[in-house]
Design a protein around this ligand. Structure first.
Ligand code: FAD
Length: 412
């Protein structure tokens, strides 16, 4: 391991984009990645269902400004414009009436208006939701399903800073596979975690089990959840403001519970959105039969997602099948061939889905964007601009933007 201009820590969308920008400018760099693969939270596998399935990111959000979108087209990926909405809503096993569906829509509009006009304190999103007399379905979509956190744990200002993400595109071949294809030409040392970053000298020293890399600067793209666990360590410690910012950006969790459902389509169409409210805060959303595959992809988010991942795959699958049986009768059990569960909580190199600022702490993203000692920069989904935080496109744009900043700060 030799001396380079920039050491990039992490080879997800942000790290790969940073490396590509450095390479395009002719700068020397090294990328270390803790996992034995690139892509991070972008990961497609066909080992579960025999068809590509995205364990992490799946929708190409904001297709009009998402750099992955033109690449997906050029690669011949099959894309479906998914106009996310609410096609079916159940309270337990009771189907919502037309009047109730209309009330959810009206509350959604009222919430959007209140959000746009909001100038008060950066309270919990739950407070605004209550002011707008929203139904729980509204809170579930804003909180667990969108921000991957419960609405009382989300800052209104942070929620407001996230952009409208339509048009959203779903891919048959997999978003993770697309990211892998895009990043495959970047030289990355995988299976090589950065354990400590020393910045007490003139540059940085990135310690790994395979040796120490010396650089003039480092770009750290690990999730705030990983940073919260002190990985990598920093010597000297990060400034207090940065440490606080890391604390103020806890990871939310979104868990997918895909079920293979064979036979008839239960009266549902491909890409229908189905929300089933539970009696506790255990709502379950299904993306139904994408691309007419025999798949119903369940989603739970927020506190319940942490619970269900801890309970394990069998309990999660049982829960999801039980909910379907409540709606469609117990014969649905015979139609379910196989079920699975994603587990980003247990992935110690990520520790969640994506970050959401605590109420009152929306400025944390800005603080963490500030360089440390003109040698250490952070990048990734949590620090993405243009309202694209939490997304893979945002992570990529953040990595490229930070690489440009670093190059300006350390002239060739
Ligand atoms: C279930 C789920 C669903 C999602 N759905 C969508 C979606 O539909 N659309 C969308 O746009 N986004 C979605 N996202 C979010 C999207 O996947 C992320 O925003 C994006 O992939 C994050 O990229 P990143 O580079 O910031 O971080 P990461 O992908 O986490 O990359 C950071 C990398 O750093 C590595 N690392 C960690 N510690 C170390 C260390 N000490 N040394 C070296 N390397 C280290 C990690 O292994 C990882 O590879 C979803 C995420 C999840 C989990």
């Amino acid at each position: 391991m030799g001396d380079v201009d920039v050491v990039v820590v992490g080879a997800g969308c942000a790290g790969l984009a940073a490396a590509k920008a450095l390479r395009a400018a002719g700068r020397s760099f090294a990328v270390v990645e803790a996992m034995d693969r690139i892509g991070g939270r972008a990961w497609t596998t066909d080992s579960d269902f025999g068809v590509p399935f995205d364990i992490g990111c799946a929708w190409l959000h904001a297709g009009d400004r998402n750099p992955f979108y033109p690449e997906a087209l050029a690669a011949g990926w099959t894309l479906y414009h998914h106009d996310m909405g609410l096609d079916h809503l159940y309270f337990g096993n009771r189907r919502a009436s037309d009047d109730e569906m209309a009330r959810v829509k009206a509350a959604d509009a009222a919430l959007a208006a209140a959000m746009a006009a909001h100038s008060g304190a950066d309270d919990r999103l739950a407070a605004l939701i209550a002011d707008c007399h929203c139904l729980r379905a509204n809170a579930t979509f804003c909180g667990p399903m969108d921000f991957a956190a419960d609405d009382d744990e989300i800052s209104i200002a942070d929620f407001n800073a996230a952009a409208e993400l339509d048009p959203n595109f779903f891919t048959r071949e997999g978003f993770g596979a697309l990211v892998h294809r895009w990043g495959a030409d970047v030289p990355v040392t995988t299976g090589c975690p950065a354990t400590r970053i020393r910045w007490d000298g003139p540059g940085v020293e990135v310690e790994t089990p395979q040796g120490t890399l010396r650089g003039r600067a480092a770009i750290i793209t690990v999730s705030p959840g990983v940073l919260q666990f002190g990985s990598p360590g920093f010597y000297p410690a990060l400034p207090e403001a940065h440490q606080e910012a890391v604390f103020d950006l806890p990871m939310g969790l979104l868990t997918k519970i895909p079920l293979q459902v064979k036979g008839d389509r239960l009266g549902l169409r491909a890409f229908d959105d189905l929300l089933i409210e539970g009696r506790g805060r255990n709502d379950l959303f299904f993306l139904c039969f994408p691309f007419d595959l025999d798949l119903m992809v369940g989603f739970v988010g927020g506190d319940f997602a942490w619970e269900i991942e801890a309970a394990g795959r069998a309990a999660a699958v049982d829960f999801a099948i039980g909910r379907l049986a409540d709606l469609f009768g117990s014969e649905v059990r015979r139609a379910v061939g196989h079920g699975s569960m994603t587990n980003w909580a247990a992935e110690r190199h990520v520790r969640g889905a994506y970050a959401a600022a605590r109420p009152g702490r929306a400025a944390a993203r800005e603080v963490l964007r500030r360089p440390v000692g003109d040698r250490i920069w952070f990048a990734g989904e949590a620090l993405a601009g243009q309202g694209l935080m939490q997304t893979a496109a945002g992570a990529r744009l953040s990595g490229a933007a930070v690489a440009a900043e670093v190059m300006a700060a350390i002239p060739a």
